[in-house]
Design a protein around this ligand. Structure first.
Ligand code: DGL
Length: 274
């Protein structure tokens, strides 16, 4: 087959990497699912750990960081961006989509599926402080709660402890209990994990909550939405990836190497974001 320049461009675009970022290691929960669902796609992951947690900084600062990180990913030739952070999505994705013409996939707390599953019609949502007070998030809750009672629980401190691999510590368990007990008392039967760090504390939640409680996360719907967008923009890779995934952090590499390798499928080479 003769490869015309149009074909060449198409092939090149399809083989470009996908940029994915979070305030820290939380987005790895999404990145892992993407690699399972779309094994031909190469990922460039950025953890903005120097500025984590986003949950504690202002909307203006979150927008600045999101734009900075996205510009880095664009310079690295990414064909699509996954904002693997609920806090960054609800605070900054609209302006990002206004600025860019490539696919931008965000992550938002999965209220709609939780409402469908819940029998008691009492739903808990675990989120960061900056998500809990965000207008876009509160509008989403109102749109999809469909008569259910929704208990929004900001979980200060958990992201920092997960960033340091402290999910087994007594401090973590104590803090988590203080957030979960009010939900148990409110008779919730479904809990939405509204932060991408929280899938890494599922075991700790299950140790505290009754087995019957359903936990809802968003990694699968995000991977499926990414696939739909790549197909729509004719950007899906149909050949095995020829370069390994890349991982960057804006914080100290030596402090983070271990937690990255622990949460990823295999040991990784972490690079400093300059
Ligand atoms: N993983 C981010 C999220 O989904 C954590 C936010 C933070 O850094 O506070 O919201």
């Amino acid at each position: 087959m003769i490869i015309t320049s149009r074909h060449k461009n198409t092939l090149t675009n399809n083989n470009k990497p996908i940029g994915i970022f979070d305030s820290g290691v939380g987005g790895l929960s999404i990145a892992k699912r993407i690699t399972e669902h779309l094994p031909n796609e190469q990922l460039i992951y950025i953890a903005d750990s120097a500025y984590a947690p986003y949950g504690d900084i202002s909307n203006v600062q979150i927008v600045e960081r999101v734009n900075f990180i996205t510009d880095v990913l664009l310079k690295k030739n990414c064909k699509a961006i996954v904002v693997a952070c609920n806090t960054a999505t609800v605070n900054a994705i609209d302006q990002l989509r206004d600025r860019l013409s490539i696919p931008i996939i965000g992550v938002e707390p999965a209220i709609k599926p939780a409402e469908k599953i819940s029998k008691t019609k009492n739903i808990g949502i675990l989120v960061t402080q900056a998500t809990a007070t965000n207008k876009r998030f509160l509008a989403l809750v109102n749109k999809y709660k469909n008569g259910s009672k929704v208990f929004i629980q900001p979980c200060l401190g958990l992201v920092e402890l997960i960033e340091h691999g402290q999910q087994e510590s007594s401090e973590f368990k104590h803090l988590l209990k203080s957030y979960l007990f009010p939900l148990i008392e409110s008779n919730v039967d479904t809990i939405v994990l509204g932060c991408t760090h929280y899938p890494f504390m599922i075991k700790a939640i299950k140790d505290i909550m009754p087995d019957s409680i359903k936990l809802i996360e968003t990694a699968t719907p995000v991977s499926e939405q990414l696939e739909r967008q790549l197909i729509k923009y004719k950007l899906l890779s149909n050949t095995p990836m020829n370069s390994p995934h890349q991982f960057y952090t804006s914080h100290d590499i030596s402090a983070q190497n271990e937690i990255f390798s622990q949460l990823w499928i295999s040991p990784i080479k972490l690079e400093l974001l300059l």
